[in-house]
Design a protein around this ligand. Sequence first.
Ligand code: ZN
Ligand code: ZN
Length: 255
Amino acid sequence: MNNLSEALRQGLNTILEWIYPPKCMLCGSVMSVGQRIYLCPHCEGNLEIIGEPACARCGAPLENEENFCLKCRMQDFPFVSNTALLLYDAFTKSIIYKFKYGDKPGCARSLAALAYRHLAGVFDGADVMVPVPLYPGKRRRRGYNQAELLARELSKLCGAPVEPRALVRVRSTMPQARLNRAERENNVRGAFKANEKLKLKLILKGKKILLIDDIYTTGSTLCACAEAMREFDNVETRCFTLALAPADGGKYFES
Ligand SMILES: [Zn+2]
Ligand SMILES: [Zn+2]
């Protein structure tokens, strides 16, 4: 039944694409039918994909073959690792802006397909995906949570279910963008709690969790979320972010 409805949905999508050809989500050039990634070859070629070597904790690109960057060697983390797909340069910034304020479903689908193409192992290794929640008022105003949209598209590719109610944002926080490292930590400390519903406790017990967010800067938000995930029994938490921005005005490549 599910396979049949999925096949029908895909067939309908293909017909719609013939009538309304998909366009590159950045430059608007017409794409061929049947693509999963709505980024033309020119725009895709401009992406700065983070490859190896990268820090095994925060995902920052490294200049050498060390396991961890200098910052991560000096800090304890409540999660095992973060993997980021893109460097947060001006080009990635325009993509994420588009994702948050433009064509949401198309961007989520394209970005998920791009991430899965490069990092399938990260998603295939997860039992459950948990998007970083927005404060309910903010979610209502925006109408959606972009991390949840991304997780739902990733779920179609890797099969791991999404559990958007696992974490609850218990208070509103300031936008992190203009805050320094210490201010960011204070801003999100205690902002998340594990959902105490018995059903969720049973679903998540002992699971490999993949937290999903858009940008990793100092890791404060994901640390606060991973701390809250510890309230579930015996979970192992990893993180995925679309992009990684240099913290404290620093450089991209860590030593
Ligand atoms: Zn393009
Ligand atoms: Zn690191």
